[in-house]
Design a protein around this ligand. Structure first.
Ligand code: 4FV
Length: 253
């Protein structure tokens, strides 16, 4: 899989690319990430990438030229003619685990990281395939959202997660938040691990984990619990909406 990341601060990505699972996936050739400096596509001696908004108002806006040239460069140099262009913006579609799964099969992604008030609308209308948001809050730039997208996709690439890690049965892939995790020591400062987890009775452990996951989901994300309930109670044919069976089967809540 290929990523081109267009940014005025490509140096921000070094830490993310040179550590942990992403570093390993790059070394294993599972993913190829190229950082593209937007200023390399400017034409004036000030290497300007932004200008004042038409119609007045605060702040600055990315001008279209350098972005169009940078995307065409990415498309031209890596056989990326069918690359998908993604703009990270609070006005985008909320990023989800399902989308990470969908993106993990796209051969080539070009990510545009905005700054300031955003980009000229003609970039969005004529260059961008999808606008994506990582949440209803405002950051200083699109770089951190791009890192979140990259990280959540790369870890789903076959072979990216080592033996100790699994992308199956994790939060959101089951439709629920995760159940509580415990490890040694069984007693810490008087705080003990739930007996059931030390019982070795896997059916009882499975049941306890389901209850805990549901309990947490109902408390923290009631809307997810409602969807989980609808999905697991209504027969597949009737719902027709992501009727994937959860890991807990469908004996309902
Ligand atoms: C953002 C988000 C985000 C908005 C102004 C960059 C900033 C600045 N991107 N999900 N939330 N972007 O806050 O994706 O240009």
């Amino acid at each position: 899989m290929k990523f081109d990341i267009i940014s005025v601060f490509p140096e921000l990505f070094s830490g993310v690319l040179d550590c942990g699972i992403i570093r390993r996936a790059r070394q294993a050739g599972l993913v190829d990430v190229r950082l593209v400096n937007l200023r390399d596509f400017t034409s004036d001696r000030h290497r300007s990438v932004d200008d004042r908004p038409y119609g007045g108002g605060e702040g600055m806006v990315f001008i279209p030229g350098p972005l169009f040239d940078a995307v065409e460069f990415c498309r031209a140099t890596k056989g990326g003619e069918n690359a998908k262009v993604v703009f990270l913006t609070p006005q985008g579609r909320p990023w989800t685990q399902n989308m990470a799964g969908e993106f993990a099969v796209i051969p080539h992604l070009i990510l545009i990281c905005g700054r300031y008030e955003g980009v000229d609308q003609r970039v969005i209308d004529y260059l961008v395939d999808l606008e994506v948001s990582i949440g209803d809050f405002i950051l200083t730039g699109g770089e951190i959202p791009a890192m979140a997208l990259l990280d959540s996709v790369v870890r789903l690439l076959p072979g990216a997660l080592g033996c100790g890690e699994s992308a199956v049965n994790e939060s959101f892939s089951t439709g629920l938040l995760d159940y509580p995790q415990y490890t040694r020591p069984a007693e810490y400062r008087g705080y003990s691990v739930p007996e059931v987890l030390l019982s070795g009775d896997h059916a009882k452990i499975e049941k306890w984990r389901k209850e805990k996951a549901l309990e947490k989901t109902k408390r923290v994300r009631p809307e997810l619990a409602r969807i989980f309930h609808e999905n697991s109670s209504a027969p597949a044919a009737q719902t027709g909406v992501n009727t994937r069976r959860t890991q807990w089967g469908d004996e309902g809540i």
